[in-house]
Design a protein. Sequence first.
Length: 224
Amino acid sequence: MEAMKIRNLYNLEETIAAPLLEQYEYPWEVLPYIKEFIKALGNALPEDRFEKRGEDIWVAKSATVAPTACLNGPCIVDEEAEIRHCAFVRGSAIIGKGAVVGNSTELKNVILSNKVQVPHYNYVGDSILGYKAHMGAGSITSNVKSDKTLVVVKSAEENIETGLKKFGAMLGDCVEVACNSVLNPGTVIGRHTNVYPLSRVRGFIPENSIFKDQEHIVLKEDRG
């Protein structure tokens, strides 16, 4: 489906992971390759702007990392990013320029584009978040189905088999997910869409929409 392709979800000028994303059509196809991409890119980062802090961990000198945060490699923290108190980066994480990873937030196998905010009690796993995407307090990506079967991305037009057991959510640029929402495995949300608090989201949600619940998804221009 055209709307779920990388070129229609993300501005690749807003992520250091652009060389990886440009190789694929759909964003979930990137997930198995994030780890090795970080290792290769990290070794090529300019030493005047990045420092290596342990095995396969590269942190920009202009980034802020709280002493209580836990960073596991491979990991890249880009310039002006902020990693706050008790954040837990499990590994295979790219944290973009000016991004915020907050208190008790956990990241695993993710790409956070520039200016992403996951600032309060979030879990983001096997996911890609676009430029200025924001997840409200307590909102999480669920990345494994309860029956452990492979994830299928579902939309009104078609279902796409991903072949992946672990697949959280793909959030387009400027997506706003309100507090305490759960994004079920295989969720894809188009650019500039807002999700109500306490939502349970699954499948494809079009760009420029407001998600009230699974049966009530309205285009922003139709609100009046």
